[in-house]
Design a protein around this ligand. Structure first.
Ligand SMILES: C[S@@+](CC[C@H](N)C(=O)[O-])C[C@H]1O[C@@H](n2cnc3c(N)ncnc32)[C@H](O)[C@@H]1O
Length: 279
């Protein structure tokens, strides 16, 4: 027995892990390798404790019998939500310096821009997109800009909607934009709150990327960064094909630094640094 297993509060067997792994894969596409066994324990032990359940076997039974309600908690606990403002900043430079000027010049669908932040986590990505649009678009108010921001995890969507962040989290934002879009929170020291003006063109929605999408498109840009690393290759390929269909002609697909398009890349021009333009 390893040290961590000896010190565990709840009994947790290989069989329990296999059960959770299968369920999580079916429900979210997230692929939990054996290396994630300890992570799964520590994230779900909180649920086992909160429900006053004896061990993981009983928790698996509970998941079986209270499927829909508990599944939301289990999936929320399993997702990895690491993000920050202007993460992988080269994509925001591309947006401001190439994509927006191109749309302004060509106006392929009039003064209309549609961007999807798929797997938006706690909102830093869509808010960074909104800040970039406000910066790059001359006469923003004359344009019809909409950002769709979606995530599987219901907790992170609540955080997006609240628009409240610790002071430290807005450090990557330049001073002018930090002052313009964030104010000290009225009742929480060391927190800031986002201006409603920045929020108003963003729709935050819970959406599971492996299910049907109530989404029309076409999108000028799809950000799907640091999401598909958790999926297996066939799930990634299906997802990319669906993004391709939803992108406007010459639309852009932006992935995370360690993600690759695979076979479908032949339908895109690679622009370097995980940025792709539909051919
Ligand atoms: C590491 S975060 C990335 C956040 C942001 N895109 C970034 O790059 O900073 C990955 C997000 O993908 C979401 N996610 C995982 N599986 C998903 C699925 N099947 N459908 C939608 N979102 C999913 C997680 O909940 C998590 O918030």
């Amino acid at each position: 027995m390893t040290r961590s297993k000896v010190s565990r509060e709840f009994l947790y067997t290989q069989e329990d892990f296999e059960y959770i792994k299968k369920l999580v894969h079916e429900e979210s596409g997230i692929n939990l390798s054996d290396a994630k066994q300890d992570m799964v324990y520590s994230r779900l032990a909180r649920r086992v404790r909160a429900l006053k359940i004896a061990d993981f076997k009983q928790y698996c039974n509970y998941l079986d019998s209270h499927h829909q309600d508990e599944l939301v908690h289990a999936i929320n606990a399993i997702t990895t939500n690491l993000t920050h403002f202007f993460r992988e900043n080269h994509h925001f430079d591309l947006l401001k310096q190439q994509i927006i000027p191109e749309i302004v010049k060509q106006q392929p669908r009039g003064k209309r821009i549609r961007i999807w932040s798929a797997g938006c986590s706690t909102g830093e990505e869509p808010y960074s997109i909104a800040i970039s649009l406000k910066d790059a678009l001359p006469n923003y108010s004359q344009w019809d800009c909409k950002i769709l921001a979606t995530d599987l995890d219901t907790n992170v969507i609540d955080t997006c909607n609240a628009g409240v962040y610790d002071n430290k989290r807005i450090e990557p934002i330049d001073e002018r934009n930090a002052k313009r879009w964030f104010s000290p929170h009225p009742s929480h020291a060391n927190r800031v709150i986002i201006d409603n003006e920045l929020k108003k063109d963003i729709s935050f929605k819970q959406l599971n990327l492996i299910n049907d999408w109530p989404v029309k498109g076409p999108f000028d840009v799809i950000f799907c960064r640091n999401v598909v690393i958790y999926f297996d290759k066939p799930t990634q390929q299906k997802l990319f094909a669906r993004y391709y269909d939803l992108l406007a002609p010459s639309g852009y697909l932006l992935l995370g630094h360690s993600e690759q398009l695979g076979q479908i890349q032949e339908k895109f021009n690679a622009l370097g640094k995980t940025s792709f333009q539909k051919k």
